[in-house]
Design a protein around this ligand. Structure first.
Ligand SMILES: [Zn+2]
Length: 130
């Protein structure tokens, strides 16, 4: 019974993501990907979209680019070139990231904020929740 449910779900998923033909080259098909990168003022964002299997042309749904702009504004990096290199460190309970002082100061962080952490491809997005 459980197996049947799983099987029918996965076949529906295959049907939903049936690739469309690329409108640019007409040869490849558009495959869903989650690693399309966009540059905003020197800052790289990763979104979900479609990529052609032949020419590599990328297609970004409108809601996905709007979401990227909202995230950029909320993070305060909209229009600010900002990319800082930091090393993760290890503690007994997991991995630790130290927030760069520039970001800490520009956001006025006090260190007791609640944040939302999410993954976008090879990026880790940290959003202030208030
Ligand atoms: Zn193509």
């Amino acid at each position: 019974m459980t197996q049947r449910v799983v099987r029918s779900l996965s076949s529906r998923e295959r049907k939903a993501s049936r690739p469309a033909r690329c409108p640019v080259c007409g040869k490849g098909v558009l495959l869903p990907v989650d690693d399309i990168t966009s540059e905003i003022e020197g800052y790289t964002f990763v979104e979900r979209g479609l990529r052609c299997s032949a020419c590599g042309e990328e297609f970004l749904p409108e809601e996905e680019s709007q979401r990227m702009i909202r995230v950029a504004r909320r993070l305060g990096i909209w229009g600010e070139p900002l990319k800082l290199r930091r090393k993760l460190s290890r503690s007994g309970r997991g991995t630790i990231l130290r927030i760069p002082a520039d970001i800490e100061h520009s956001l006025g962080l006090t260190g007791d904020e609640e944040v939302l952490v999410s993954r976008a491809g090879r990026k880790i997005v940290i959003e202030l929740s208030r």
